[in-house]
Design a protein around this ligand. Structure first.
Ligand code: ZN
Length: 203
C-alpha cells in the first residue's frame, strides 16, 4: 500500500487489463480494506479500467460516490442488504457499469432476474474477505450455468471469477465460460508478471 503508484505502474507495464479493487467494510466481511480516497488517488494516476468490488453491507448508500471517484465497473453482492434493482440503477445513473456478485453459498439463480440490467456477473471462487485462499472448483458448475443462461438470452455480459486464480484454475474457469479472471497473489508473486498475465489471457 505504501508503494501503490509503483505497483500500479507495474501492472500497466506488464499488460494487465483491469485493476480489481476490493472494498471491505468490516461488516459484510470481517476484514477492512480501503475505500473512496484511495480509489480517487488511483484514478488520478492511471487510465486502467477500475473494477470495483464492493464487499459492503449497504452498497446503495455508496455506489454513486464510488462512480464519481472513478470506478468504471461496480460489483455489489446479492447478499448485501441493499435493494438490488435500486442499486443497479444508482450505479448506472452514476455513469458506471453494473455488476452483481455472489458468494460461494449463493446459487446461480440469484442473478438470473437481473441479467438484462448487468454488464458483468462476479462469481466468488473463495469465501470473500481475504487474499491468498484456495480456489473452489465446485464453483465451476455455477459459472457454466450463468454463462449458459447469458448465451440463451443473447446478452453481452462478462462473467468474472474472483479468488484463487492462477494459470491452472484460470484455464479451468475460462473453459467454463469465465472471461474476466481476477488474480492477486499469482501475479504479484510471479517472477515474470507479464508472462504470468499472458498465461491468464490465453487461458
Ligand atoms: Zn474481489
Amino acid at each position: 500500500m505504501l508503494n501503490l503508484e509503483s505497483e500500479v505502474r507495474k501492472l500497466e507495464d506488464n499488460g494487465i487489463d483491469m485493476l480489481h479493487f476490493d472494498v471491505m467494510d468490516g461488516i459484510f466481511v470481517n476484514n477492512i480494506s480501503y475505500g473512496l480516497p484511495i480509489l480517487e488517488q488511483v484514478n488520478k494516476i492511471t487510465d486502467m479500467t477500475l473494477d470495483v468490488h464492493l464487499m459492503i453491507i449497504d452498497p446503495l448508500r455508496y455506489v454513486k460516490r464510488f462512480a464519481e471517484a472513478g470506478a468504471d465497473i461496480i460489483s455489489f453482492h446479492t447478499e448485501s442488504e441493499s435493494d438490488i434493482s435500486e442499486t443497479i440503477k444508482a450505479i448506472k445513473a452514476g455513469g458506471a457499469k453494473a455488476a452483481l456478485a455472489i458468494k460461494p453459498a449463493t446459487p446461480a439463480e440469484a442473478v438470473y432476474d437481473y441479467l438484462s440490467e448487468l454488464s458483468m456477473v462476479l462469481v466468488m471462487t473463495v469465501e470473500p474477505g481475504f487474499g491468498g485462499q484456495s480456489f473452489m472448483p465446485e464453483m465451476m458448475d455455477k459459472v457454466r450455468a450463468i454463462r449458459r443462461r447469458i448465451d440463451e438470452l443473447g446478452l453481452d455480459i462478462r462473467v468474472e471469477v474472483d479468488g484463487g486464480i492462477n494459470d491452472v484454475t484460470g484455464i479451468e474457469a475460462s473453459g467454463c465460460g469465465a472471461d474476466v479472471l481476477v488474480s492477486g497473489s499469482y501475479l504479484f508473486k510471479a517472477e515474470n508478471m507479464a508472462e504470468a498475465a499472458g498465461k491468464l489471457r490465453n487461458a
